[in-house]
Write a protein that binds this ligand. Sequence first.
Ligand code: 5GP
Length: 191
Amino acid sequence: MMKPCGCLFVISAPSGAGKSTLCKILLERFPDICFSVSHTTRKPRSGETDGKDYYFISKDEFVKGTETGRWTEWAEVHGNFYGTSAEFLDKSLNAGNDILLDIDVQGTLQILRQYPDSITIFILPPSIEILRDRLKSRSTDTPEVIAWRLSNAEKEMAQKDRYRHIIVNDRLSETAGELISIIERYRSDKR
Ligand code: 5GP
């Protein structure tokens, strides 16, 4: 495999830890970093746009993709399939672009096998109690779904040491600042 030219930043966090907001801040701060839009079999949530938040595809199309090598990595998360396009990733990295992946722990471990120099970042909530409160206050999920997300969160958090950087998201602005300085450091080292 050719050594990729761009930096590959991989961010994971349990749901409710603030990852989507942080990714949005990063992409505004670094408009030249390409966000890898994943493919998923999950139904769009209100306000989500196909091609921007995700490519929403059928389960048949997804499964076919697993058989044809369409995904660099893929995983089943919360009962739905998610995958990263191999074509997008290879082309973008080889063109020298820096990429941001927002994927789960299973996907990160697959990425690390193929791109061991990836800069992996795990975002932790300040505590599991605070995560529970955040998930409840979002009021988008039923109590059963919240309980399931919390149990997944604990499993994901148990793997945080597989990541190069671990950041506790206590105050959003401070966490964003830490993330920005990590990214700036790697980008300037590359130049
Ligand atoms: P959500 O459905 O809430 O947008 O995402 C659920 C989880 O799936 C999040 O942890 C998110 O990081 C993860 N995810 C999103 N896209 C991908 C992907 O392409 N691959 C993997 N492995 N996980 C993904």
